[in-house]
Ligand binder design. Structure first.
Ligand SMILES: [Zn+2]
Length: 113
């Protein structure tokens, strides 16, 4: 039996989806990064320093990642970050005022330069 020699090539949608998932790194407009970049846009260009979390004010007992909103605190707990990347003296609001967790820092550092 001969295959037809004319006709449009068949496009397999599942193959296309697999291709997309495996091409991570080539995609520039990653929606999972984009919302965090948007949240932390005000930190673009600021210097961040990795350090153990310390409270900025006596009246705050925790803080949040500027990008993904994960929690920072000085005490142990489920889903609590105890160290991360803090703003330095060049932040208008001051050193250690804003925090970014290490996951976001690694994911977003190229976008946030
Ligand atoms: Zn984060």
């Amino acid at each position: 039996m001969r295959l037809p020699s004319v006709g449009r090539p068949r496009i397999d949608l599942y193959d296309l989806f697999n291709l997309d998932e495996n091409s991570e790194g080539l995609v520039t407009d990653d929606p999972d990064k984009q919302w965090r970049v948007d949240n932390a846009r005000h930190l673009t260009g600021l210097r961040l320093e990795f350090r153990p979390y310390t409270r900025w004010s006596e009246s705050w007992d925790h803080d949040h990642c500027a990008a993904c909103w994960t929690k920072f605190a000085e005490f142990e707990g489920a889903d609590i970050q105890r160290e991360g990347y803090a703003t330095c003296d060049d932040c208008p609001k001051g050193a250690c005022y804003e925090w970014v967790c290490s996951v976001c820092f690694n994911d977003l550092k190229d976008e946030m330069k």
